[in-house]
Design a protein around this ligand. Structure first.
Ligand code: MG
Length: 257
């Protein structure tokens, strides 16, 4: 599989884009309070990104629903990913998944987080926590020489061991000059992955993004052509970091730095 390894200097450049992404997500997390419209989150993301010298990545990405109209993807409750910012107001009891990517000096970074708004059922809180932990688990296990399937297996066992499920149809990805590069990075072990496993090597930059469902992992695309939601209507959470495999371990590139 064609994949481009990045030099330390290129990884530094992706980390600068990642710092913008992390600052935007931090700010949006603070804004995720009852009453805020998702369009306000979207506008804030683009404003802050421009202030920091970057350019939002998702706007205009082609898809079945036409070019993506937002700067962020904002997916609430049973929505998994790719939600379109709108006049909808965030409410007490919502979980709000925000995915954001930016390009800075020609390099892309991509991250996501699910924000909890007020009181939510304990089981939903546990699901959000399990998703965050799955990503942390991946960060702890990635290093040169490791096969990705062993990382994916650990994430899968952590999530499924608590009775939750991992989305199958959407996966993480390589990232660099383009938002989506090889390889595809699944959050679960499939026969296909075992046949064509990903050997982690220094310089590989990937976006790891577990998407976890409280119920089943089946998803559907809503009539807007973009929003992905669970088929059973149960809530879903999403955490993502862009990371580089470096000698001895991993460097998370979507941190505020
Ligand atoms: Mg991504």
């Amino acid at each position: 599989m064609a994949r481009q390894l990045k030099s330390p200097r290129e990884i530094d450049a992706i980390a600068r884009a990642g710092s913008v992404v992390a600052k935007v997500l931090h700010r949006l997390g603070e804004m995720c309070q009852p009453g805020v419209r998702t369009l306000e989150l979207d506008a804030q993301a683009d404003r802050l990104c421009r202030e920091l010298g970057g350019e939002s990545l998702f706007r205009g990405v082609p898809g079945r629903g036409g070019p993506f109209p937002g700067n962020i993807c904002c997916s609430i409750n049973e929505q998994v990913v790719h939600g379109i910012p709108s006049e909808r107001r965030v409410q007490e009891g919502d979980i709000v998944s925000v995915d954001y990517g930016c390009r800075l000096d020609g390099w892309c970074a991509d991250a996501a987080a699910t924000f909890i708004v007020g009181e939510i059922p304990p089981r939903v809180r546990q699901m959000v926590q399990a998703t965050r932990e799955a990503l942390e688990m991946a960060l702890g296990r990635c290093r040169p020489g490791v096969l990705w399937s062993t990382v994916a297996r650990a994430m899968q066992q952590h999530v499924e061991g608590q009775g939750f499920s991992l989305v199958r149809e959407l996966v993480g990805h390589g990232i660099g000059k383009a938002m989506h590069e090889d390889p595809k990075v699944p959050n679960f072990v499939s026969r296909e992955l075992l046949v064509r496993d990903i050997l982690l090597e220094s310089g590989l930059v990937i976006a790891v993004e577990p998407m976890v469902c409280l119920g089943g992992y089946d998803i559907k695309v809503l009539s807007d052509g973009w929003t992905v939601a669970t088929r059973d209507g149960e809530p879903s959470a999403h955490f993502e970091h862009t990371l580089a495999i470096v000698p001895g371990g991993v460097r998370v590139l979507t941190t505020e730095g």
